[in-house]
Ligand binder design. Sequence first.
Ligand code: PLP
Length: 359
Amino acid sequence: MVARPVRDAMAQPMINHRGPEFAELLARLERGMRPIFGTSSDVVFLGCSGTGGLEAAVTALFSPGDRVLACPVGVFGYRFAAIAREHGCAVEILETPSGAALDPQALAARLADDDARDFTGVLLTHNETSTGVQNDMRALASVLRGRVVFSVVDSVSGLGAAPFEMDAWGYDVVVSASQKALAVPPGVAMIAVSPRGWAAMAQARGEKYYFDVLKAREFARIGQTPWTPPIAILFALDASLAIFHTAGADASFERHAEYAQRIRTGLEGLGFRIYSRPNAHSVTVVAAEPPRGVDANALVAALREKHDIIISGGQADLAGKIIRIGTMGHLSSRDVERALGVMAVEVRIEEGFRKPRNG
Ligand code: PLP
């Protein structure tokens, strides 16, 4: 859900994207995003969704042939690995059981066991939307500290909802997108790069044209983007960042954590099993297996068709097995309570249908 002032911001008259107003907007957006990434380094904005941002990061930092360790904890992590493979990187996968977070010790062991010791990069996911799993990015950062390997973090569905300290933790490239915790319509990816990351990008080879992060930085220095930007979405992001910083980051972190906790408790009370392991819960997405006799897809459809409430089902292997409820966007605690109340009714109806009738 997008807040009214954010939607209204998109209806402003367009501005010249090669003019002074745009330069001010771009500078303000960068100032607004830096503390959310936890960086004082440069942040660039690309006209694309999160996947475009991930592709831009991978193609900017790595050259074909580079060895990259991907650490997926769900569908989006595997997509991240596929992007690197498509770019010609030699991708190895560190597997994690579904529903669990990446174990920092497993990462440390995999890097230590690497005889060649020549991984160029590690791909990590801050928050995995398909499984409702959040990784402990501070603990993972401590494993990487002091190593030559470059880290790229997908924080598409984490940034803004949970603390992230890119500089303090030492990550090289972090990618997010407009349409998740910042509650802006889709269309802009944000990429923050460490000084070490920028230096490595200057050396990397490989094909890219539109999604060129270095070119985006070069143009940002003169207050522009290389190509025509999605100005209306940038207006919306500007409005959303103003709301975010007025309330303060902690308010956002607390709200997402509180809603996620409330949803987990509510679902457990209805007989659901929370899919993420106890130490791996996401604050932006709750994934849960329905109680026996309740069809996940039928529940998603009933909420949408009868109550105009949008929740999701599972993706890939988890299709039909779980439901997912997002806490991102302009939600109130009443929205959360209403969704849980309606779910309680629908779960009872579903269970009732499937119970054998007496006589
Ligand atoms: N990574 C994560 C963790 C996501 O949740 C998503 C989208 O849901 C993506 C990547 C892909 O982003 P987009 O759909 O904006 O391309």
